[in-house]
Ligand binder design. Structure first.
Ligand SMILES: NC(=O)c1ccc[n+]([C@@H]2O[C@H](COP(=O)([O-])OP(=O)(O)OC[C@H]3O[C@@H](n4cnc5c(N)ncnc54)[C@H](O)[C@@H]3O)[C@@H](O)[C@H]2O)c1
Length: 261
């Protein structure tokens, strides 16, 4: 098991990619503090994970990553419950769609607050805890293919994910000496509720059918299938583990070849 004996904290793990990462981390031997804006969804993921490995120490709590004081308190609670901390995954994210000329200030703030500020607040609390605990640790932030390649109708989302990658690189430089690795992962077209919502919006904005939107996605993916949350989860657990001991400050593409840096 890649993460045996290690203790982790994760955000946005009630559904989609975060849920798959939480399950994979527990399968790989980690004890885990599982959070989501929707506390009931976090509890559901924890219950599923417990079935995978009944002896795992698992906790679930509601957490909005935009709330600085709540983030700090939640990370401290995780350290106390787990008896320490080595791993963190900052996955919580949102999207909306629109052309820049029509985009509202609320859309911009919503994407930047959850995706960019949320990653900052979580990393800050996690790194403070890791340093206090003596350093050493591995953090993974979930960015996006849209964090490297501009996407129409997603300028505000793209900006928030470019921010995650720049922030990840700077933090990796600051924490390397303490033995804390910080990386990002950039998924492509992943089959989650976020994608379901985006397909509806994109079809409406482009005046085409939802089937045509999916067909466009598939044409853009050399590996010829949509991405599954588990495709992302396996790369995240690798980056968290000692197998990736010499990798820091990277933004790893997991996109079926849809974008090559
Ligand atoms: N689905 C994709 O195609 C795709 C592609 C690239 C990157 N991503 C990124 O992957 C991450 C997960 O996306 P997903 O597709 O699983 O989305 P999803 O909408 O299916 O799940 C997101 C989860 O995050 C939670 N969440 C939302 N706002 C939150 C907040 N303020 N605080 C805490 N939790 C919150 C939701 O309750 C939900 O459980 C996001 O950062 C997203 O930007 C997704």
């Amino acid at each position: 098991m890649l993460l045996a004996g290690l203790r982790g904290f994760i955000t946005g793990a009630g559904a989609g990619i975060g849920r798959a990462i939480a399950l994979e981390m527990v399968r790989e031997g980690a004890d885990l503090y599982i959070t989501d804006l929707d506390g009931t969804a976090a509890e559901r993921t924890a219950a599923e994970a417990q079935q995978l490995r009944p002896e795992a120490h698992l906790y679930a709590a509601p957490l909005d990553v935009r709330a600085a004081a709540a983030v700090a308190a939640c990370v401290e609670e995780a350290v106390a419950r787990l008896g320490g901390l080595e791993l963190a995954v900052n996955n919580a994210g949102v999207s909306s769609m629109g052309r820049v000329v029509e985009l509202s200030e609320e859309d911009w703030d919503f994407n930047m607050d959850v995706n960019a500020k949320g990653v900052f607040l979580c990393c800050q609390a996690e790194v403070r805890a890791l340093l206090r605990l003596g350093g050493r640790g591995s953090i993974v932030n979930i960015a996006s293919m849209a964090g490297k390649k501009a996407a129409p109708l997603l300028a505000h989302y793209s900006a928030s994910k470019f921010a995650v990658i720049g922030f990840t690189q700077a933090l990796a430089l600051e924490t390397a000496e303490a033995g804390i690795r910080v990386n990002a992962v950039c998924p492509g077209y992943v089959r989650t509720s976020m994608q379901e919502r985006e397909v509806v919006w994109e079809a409406r904005l482009r005046g085409i059918s939802q089937e045509e939107v999916i067909a466009d996605y598939l044409r853009a993916i050399p590996l010829g299938r949509l991405e599954e949350p588990e495709d992302v989860a396996r790369v995240v657990t690798f980056l968290l583990s000692d197998r990736a001991a010499y990798i820091t400050g990277q933004a790893i593409d997991v996109n079926g070849g849809a974008f090559m840096a």
